[in-house]
Every structure is written in C-alpha cells, then in structure tokens.
Design a protein around this ligand. Sequence first.
Ligand SMILES: [Zn+2]
Length: 239
Amino acid sequence: MPLETALINGRPLKYSIRRSKRARRVKVQVCHRDGVVVVLPWRTSAAIMPDLLADWGEWMDQKADELGVRLGPRIKQYATGSTVMILGEPCLIEVREVPAGCRSSRVERLGDTLIMHLKPADVFDTRPVLEKYLRKVARNDLTTRTEYWGERLDLHPSRIIVGERTTRWGSCSPSGTLSFCYRLVMAPPHVADAIVAHELCHLRHMNHGKGFYALLGKVCPWYLEADAWLSKHHEDLIL
Ligand SMILES: [Zn+2]
C-alpha cells in the first residue's frame, strides 16, 4: 500500500488508505505491522480525507507515536541470515525459491535452521508465511503444554484456542475455554508454561484473588519472573 503523508500539529505522519467492500463506515486503525491505516468503504471518496484528518488527526498522531509508526509500518525483515526465536531459541532463516511447479510457500525446520521456500509474491514481506508457520507450531506446543499442566493441576479446559491476541497473552472464558496468543511460542518455554498455568488456575478461581495466586505460586513459583520477562520483551515477540 502506498503511503500518504499528512501534516498534523506541524509534524508529518505517514498513513495508508485501504478500501474495503465490507466496511460500512470509515475506520482508522493503528498497529505495528501496518502502521496507520484509514479504511474507507468501497464507494467513499478519498476527498473526505481533510475532514477525517481534522477529526481523527490528534488521535492518529498520538497513537502513531505510542507505537513508533509515525513514518510507516515497522517492517522487520526476515530474510536469509535473520533469526527468529522459537521456544526461546534462535532459528536461522534461509530463504529459497519454491521448486518449479509448486504454487504455495512453505516452511521447513532442519535443526536450528528454518528454511522458507517462498513463491515470488511472498518474498518482499515474508512475515505472513512465517506467521502461518509459527501459528501451527504454537497450536501443537501450547496444546501439549496445557495438557501437561492440566494433568498436574487436575484441571481440564473444555477447549483450547491459539490465535492472535494483542492485549493479553491468554484468557479463560466462563465456559472453560482457554485462549492463547500464538506469539508465546517465541518466548522461552518457562514463560509459556507460566501463562498456561495461570489460565488453567482460572478454571478453579475465576479471579485474581488470594486463592488464585496461592495455587499458581504452588505449581509455578516463577510466574512473577515470567511476567517480568514478557513486559520487557513483548516488542520482540511481534513479527
Ligand atoms: Zn488472569
């Protein structure tokens, strides 16, 4: 997406415009990966931008500073020679072209090397392919971890969901579904364990009261250290 420039409070701000067939109204989104994005319903003219910036400019400005995307999305390059953390261990990336006749990109792990076989369209930004791979690894890993800790605590979730969460690493629903952010698979195993144990303890205590922390502290005495690790490194766990 080409980047547009706006001048807000005398400072330039880069943003992109995305057209959506499904959007009913104008939306503004700000995230690390895409930067500042204005989503316009399909038939809405870009001529509304000056008015929109008058209304939303302050907010976009503040949000862009908060996330460090004032000059566009934060593109991390994952190319040959870069590393990505998997279960807290660095994996060296090697990018190759997909063999002739192969239509989709795929990732294969050989020891501590991650070989990304990419079709040409995926070469410029390799993150979606990497994300898909990490989600798969996370689904297996976090499910196994939940089963292990579930046995120890004798607490069993009704369902486990591994997906993207932007504000929390895990959650527990009243119906007993545990959800985890797939990006935990990049953290060291003791950190993922602490989050899994935390959510499992909610199956007994649906709060953060004394009983909850007594149980968590008993099975996972390093939970505070794990929380500290995540608050220090959460930016590193964004592709
Ligand atoms: Zn909690």
